[in-house]
Ligand binder design. Structure first.
Ligand code: PA5
Length: 422
């Protein structure tokens, strides 16, 4: 992984860079010696090394049981579903149906969504993974009540253990009580790992294993990053990313757009938005995370990025190609006037669109960072997960906030509960 800063450097001066670099080194050292804000939530830092073979084997064997179902519904919201959805969407085919289909619920309160899901599941042999660290979040609790009801209606309540798995706190919360009462298979979310940092715990790993993703490869790749990205060195990409984000923020670039050219990346950008938005957006500070899929969004948001308010910077995610080349054929008639592309493959054309966009936006006053990845495989994603987690924590410390709490999420809940007469 490499961070290319070529199109952001001209916006930054050397003295500011050196000061911020020093702050980043300090932030990383505070994370390592656990002396910074939110230091009771640093369990994610060595998680890839701490997860035992016994835990991995249990995740794999429970996933094998769930895989016997035609469909498995993962019920959760925020950090309890975004990480697994991010990775599953990246590796599932665009169009081909998979042998065990993984669906998501509990991430909204839309009556239509749940109605359609329940009716879709009517003739399916389905299982449920219900995930809530607190065990009390309304959206997944409600979806789970309705789905469990459906499951019991279909199958009765014997053998629930083979169909329903709960991932929650080791001892407290309504979900834990319910899991005990129904004697469900359970996994624990470690106390010292917050929701949005939990993708490498059973929260992310069990749904991934059910979707057929090799979780050992992901953990091993993340393990390597624990060593690499904890180095207090200038060439540590997690430090570079955090430093540039903060320097640009200080210059008034308060919105970051993650730009990607693969539609499969949509869900990953949602995970990233939550990680950074919920970690940094507090005390009236923080960079607002947005995402853009090119070339699709160049025909919608592109105009704004090119000529709107200059408070944006972009981070492009770029991969080397590992797709089967699809060449443009020659046309004798050339009615569509596309023969200048004859023999070129789509990835080549897409990469030129990407390069053209970077140059256009940069020339229009938008700083551009580029995260360059070798290829899109599970190892790369395992590395990237840890990269974003640690870089987000460093960035939050530079900003001066606690990147591990989310006090602002409570405000809507209190109003909602009052309005619902709880
Ligand atoms: O990052 C977080 O902590 C949050 O986004 C939570 O994951 C989200 O609110 C869901 O909480 P819970 O898992 O307790 O249901």
């Amino acid at each position: 992984m490499k961070i290319n800063t070529q199109f952001a450097e001209p916006f930054i001066n050397k003295t500011d860079f050196d000061i911020c670099l020093e702050e980043a080194m300090q932030a990383l050292s505070q994370l390592k010696n656990k002396s910074g804000k939110g230091n009771d939530f640093l369990g994610w830092m060595d998680l890839p090394n701490r997860i035992s073979n016994q835990e991995i084997n249990k995740i794999v064997s429970v996933s094998e049981v769930l895989k016997k179902c035609e469909t498995v519904v993962v019920v959760g919201i925020g950090g309890s579903y975004l990480g697994s959805k991010a990775i599953i969407d990246l590796f599932k085919p665009y169009f081909k149906k998979q042998s065990t289909e993984v669906l998501f619920a509990g991430q909204n309160l839309d009556e239509g969504y749940i109605n359609e899901l329940l009716s879709y599941l009517s003739d399916k042999d389905f299982g449920i993974i219900v995930i809530s660290k607190s065990g009390t979040t309304l959206e997944p609790a409600l979806a789970f009540r309705l789905l469990l009801n459906k499951l019991i209606e279909k199958n009765g309540n014997s053998n629930l253990k083979d169909k329903v798995v709960a991932i929650t706190d080791k001892e407290k919360g309504a979900l834990k009580e319910l899991a005990n009462a129904y004697q469900l298979e359970t996994f624990v979310v470690p106390d010292n790992v917050g929701g949005r940092y939990s993708v490498l715990t059973p929260v992310g790993l069990l749904p991934l294993a059910v979707a057929g993703i090799d979780i050992k490869k992901i953990i091993d790749a993340a393990k390597l990053q624990v060593i690499e990205l904890q180095k207090e060195e200038l060439n540590n990409p997690a430090i570079i990313y955090a430093v540039y984000r903060n320097l640009l923020y200080r210059k008034g670039f308060s919105n970051e757009i993650m730009v990607y050219s693969k539609p499969k990346w949509n869900a990953f950008s949602e995970w990233w938005k939550q990680l950074f938005g919920e970690s940094e957006g507090k005390e009236h500070k923080g960079i607002f995370p947005i995402s853009m899929n090119i070339t699709t969004d160049l025909h919608s948001l592109g105009q704004y990025v090119q000529e709107g308010q200059r408070n944006l910077f972009e981070t492009f995610i770029r991969f080397e190609n590992n797709e089967t080349p699809l060449q443009v054929n020659n046309s004798e008639e050339n009615y569509d006037k596309l023969n200048y592309l004859t023999g070129k493959n789509l990835h080549y054309i897409n990469s030129k669109a990407e390069q053209g966009t970077i140059e256009a936006h940069y020339n229009g006053g938008v700083p551009v960072l580029q995260i360059e990845l070798v290829q899109l495989d599970v190892e790369t994603i395992g590395q990237l997960i840890y990269f974003y987690e640690i870089s987000c924590a460093i960035s939050g410390y530079i900003l001066g906030v606690n990147p591990f709490n989310q006090p602002g999420v409570e405000a809507y809940k209190q109003n909602m509960f009052r309005l619902l007469g709880k």
